[in-house]
Write a protein that binds this ligand. Structure first.
Ligand SMILES: N[C@@H](CCC(=O)N[C@@H](CS)C(=O)NCC(=O)O)C(=O)O
Length: 225
């Protein structure tokens, strides 16, 4: 049995999609990040970086969404591109892990949450996030799926973020990214994607971005001790 520590954020959603697509049995463990539950001793023991997702699979702990996708795909031999595409698999997974995800996350922060003055930072992160989506657009203009000729964990890894493109880049970006939009639509036609997105309804995650949430999410604003 797999314990899946999650919330409805882009990174946990990639793993939710894999679990739903695979049909593997799993148990949901909700972690409410706006209440700061990611800093509890239990979570820190599993992931010293205090972030989600985390899985515990028969006693084996794995954190970081792209590591989890690779671990599950290899262990259960599911959604792995053919061996000849190994180089592309690793390259695009790392692109998602080190570029698409972090730049999208920072673009969201500066677009929607950061206090002024923020023009320089917003411009920098919006530009870099958009650049990553443009790389995806050019890549997907040539092929149906991210790697090889079949749906794989790389599509799941990018889906977590590209499904939120309006929030990351602004809704106007869609018109320039038809192939990125197409991939989102293709994946979201799967019942597994609908099930993954629907998981959040099973728990009453905090929605209000109040002082408690700000303390949990913006720890850099706390006065130095
Ligand atoms: N590199 C990590 C990033 C994980 C991450 O940032 N997760 C967010 C949810 S999408 C989180 O747990 N945030 C809590 C926090 O920043 O305190 C991954 O891909 O899993």
């Amino acid at each position: 049995m797999i314990d899946f520590y999650y919330n409805a954020g882009p990174n946990p959603m990639k793993v939710a999609l894999f679990l739903e697509e695979s049909g593997l049995p799993y148990r949901l463990v909700p972690v409410d990040m706006l209440r700061g539950e990611q800093f509890s001793p239990e979570i820190v023991r599993l992931n010293p970086n205090s972030k989600l997702p985390i899985i515990v699979d028969d006693g084996v702990t794995v954190f970081d969404s792209n590591a989890i996708l690779l671990y599950l795909a290899e262990k259960y031999q599911l959604f792995l591109p053919a061996a000849e595409h190994r180089g592309q698999l690793l390259s695009w997974l790392m692109f998602a892990a080190t570029g698409l995800g972090p730049y999208s996350g920072q673009a969201v922060h500066f677009r929607h949450y950061a206090p002024a003055p923020k023009d320089y930072a917003q411009q920098r992160y919006s530009f870099e996030a958009r650049r990553h989506y443009d790389v995806l657009e050019a890549h997907l203009a040539q092929r149906q799926w991210m790697v090889g000729d079949a749906y794989s964990i790389v599509d799941m890894a990018v889906w977590g973020w590209i499904r939120n493109m309006d929030h990351v880049l602004g809704p106007e970006a869609r018109a320039d990214l038809p192939n990125v939009v197409r991939l989102v639509q293709e994946i979201e036609a799967h019942p597994a994607a609908q099930a993954a997105v629907g998981l959040r309804e099973k728990h009453s995650f905090k929605a209000e971005f109040d002082d408690e949430a700000r303390r949990a999410m913006f720890r850099h604003l706390e006065p130095a001790k």
